[in-house]
Design a protein around this ligand. Structure first.
Ligand code: ASP
Ligand code: MG
Length: 438
């Protein structure tokens, strides 16, 4: 049994969906679970929709909703030969229900409403793909991930209940596989990113969480491998949009991949690797343009881990510096105070460094979360910060061309271990601000 994951780019239009179907059709024997994201940029649009719904701009919300619906109807019109195919009804009904929902309910819990609305992207994409596979005679069944991936009610970043999830996946998906153990092999189609509470409320696993969904299914069923199909040839040592001459990393270890994901490499969602590592399930990253190419594999082999430097660029960072007003040292008392403020604000620290009298932290810019943090910190500390800085992480930097990376950039902070070099650098939009006036 294998798990395939297709992201938004791999189902962004009708041709892309046909390509996905061809890849599924070519899989070797054995049952297959296919995890699919929302089509193209649908999730971003649905986020916008949620925002306007929440601020009471019903007309704007409605026009965004119409735009998303038309996008899906157009893709379906290209894929389905019969104009009275049930998929058109499904799309109309889904968006009618969504419209009715935003018109009739005044949500109070943003994260709850977000999951309810944004998950629509995955529900509709998987139904289109499933119906299309049926049309071209690929035996498949659509499963609702809300009933499979059982989570707590931490909306937008739900935590998985592994025991309940394993039970649900086995009793639903595995049972169906066993019942249809014939050739051609059964294909289970389900949503990435989506889960549900025991009461049946929809949750999501965090942006880009579909990789994680694939890993959860693989873990619960002890799959042979997970393949993530992407628009790049595999795992590259940098984002090709940021750096020329990237190199394909053919085989790296789980540990190295976890480090890369942790520092912000966007190829794989950071939570994906742990469940796979636990059961020693290999993760392949392959190109959906060239399915015949080998791509990359992440497993327990360390062979290629340090054969190349890897570069991770994280922009839109804040570099914050904190100074105790009474010139007390940055020691246990102050550190525990500072960390609890960060935890309270729900901000994840990407890099930190301290001297005797100051503490510097780099984290993702998020206006909603940052303001309360700054207000609380400035009660006890002098606080200064730079906006729009970039955090550059270089793994295996002894193999890197550092001058090239640094050209024209000003370093605000540097940190080095034996393997990893990190710089916080200024960008053109960087601004230095004092928190005193807040
Ligand atoms: N559709 C979701 C997102 O864009 C989940 C995913 O693609 O992994 O974040
Ligand atoms: Mg995606």
């Amino acid at each position: 049994m294998k798990v395939y994951k297709f992201g938004g780019a791999s189902v962004r239009n009708a041709d892309a969906v046909r390509n996905v179907a061809a890849i599924i059709n070519n899989h070797d024997n054995g049952p297959l679970i296919v995890v699919i994201s929302a089509m193209g940029k649908t999730t971003n649009m649905l986020e916008k929709l949620t925002g306007t719904y929440f601020s009471g701009e019903l007309e704007v919300a409605k026009s965004i909703l119409e735009e998303i619906k038309t996008f899906h109807l157009n893709i379906a019109a290209e894929l389905f030969t019969r104009k009275d195919h049930t998929i058109f009804d499904i799309i109309e009904r889904t968006f009618y229900h969504l419209y009715y929902y935003i018109r009739e309910t005044r949500g109070k819990n943003y994260n709850y409403e977000y999951d309810r609305i944004v998950s629509t992207g995955e529900f509709i994409s998987t139904q289109i793909v499933s119906e299309y596979l049926t049309q071209i005679n690929i035996f498949n069944r659509w499963f609702n991930a809300r009933d499979l991936i059982i989570t707590d009610s931490n909306y937008r970043d739900a935590g998985v209940d592994w025991l309940k999830t394993e039970k649900a996946v086995k009793s639903k998906v595995l049972a169906w596989f066993s019942k249809h153990n014939q050739k051609p092999q059964p294909v289970a189609i389900t949503q990435g990113f989506v889960g549900g509470t025991t009461q049946g409320f929809i949750t999501t696993l965090g942006r880009e969480g579909s990789d994680y969904s694939a890993a959860i299914f693989a873990y619960t069923l002890g799959a042979e491998e997970v393949v993530i199909w992407k628009d790049v040839s595999g795992l590259l040592n940098a984002d090709p949009k940021k750096l020329n001459n990237t190199i394909l990393l053919k085989n790296i270890s789980y540990q190295e991949a976890i480090e890369l994901a942790y520092y912000g490499a966007t190829v794989i969602h950071p939570k994906t690797l742990k469940p796979l590592l636990k059961k020693n399930i290999p993760l392949k990253v392959k190109s959906f343009y060239n399915p015949g190419l080998e791509g990359s594999i992440i497993n327990k082999e360390f062979l290629n881990d340090n054969s190349h430097a890897s570069y991770i660029f994280k922009s839109n960072q804040i570099l914050l510096s904190i100074f105790p007003k009474d010139f007390s040292f940055i020691a246990e008392q102050n550190l525990s105070r500072i960390f609890s403020e960060f935890a309270r604000a729900g901000i994840k620290i990407n890099l930190m460094q301290n001297s005797a009298l100051s503490f510097s932290v780099c984290f993702d810019e998020d206006k909603i979360k940052t303001l309360p943090l700054l207000k609380n910190l400035k009660k006890i500390y002098h606080v200064k910060y730079n906006t729009h800085v970039e955090l550059i992480t270089i793994r295996h930097y002894e193999k890197a061309n550092l001058e090239e990376i640094l050209e024209g950039k000003e370093i605000l902070l540097e940190q080095k271990s034996r393997i990893t070099l990190q710089w916080v650098v200024k960008s053109k939009q960087s601004e230095e601000v004092s928190a005193e006036g807040l």
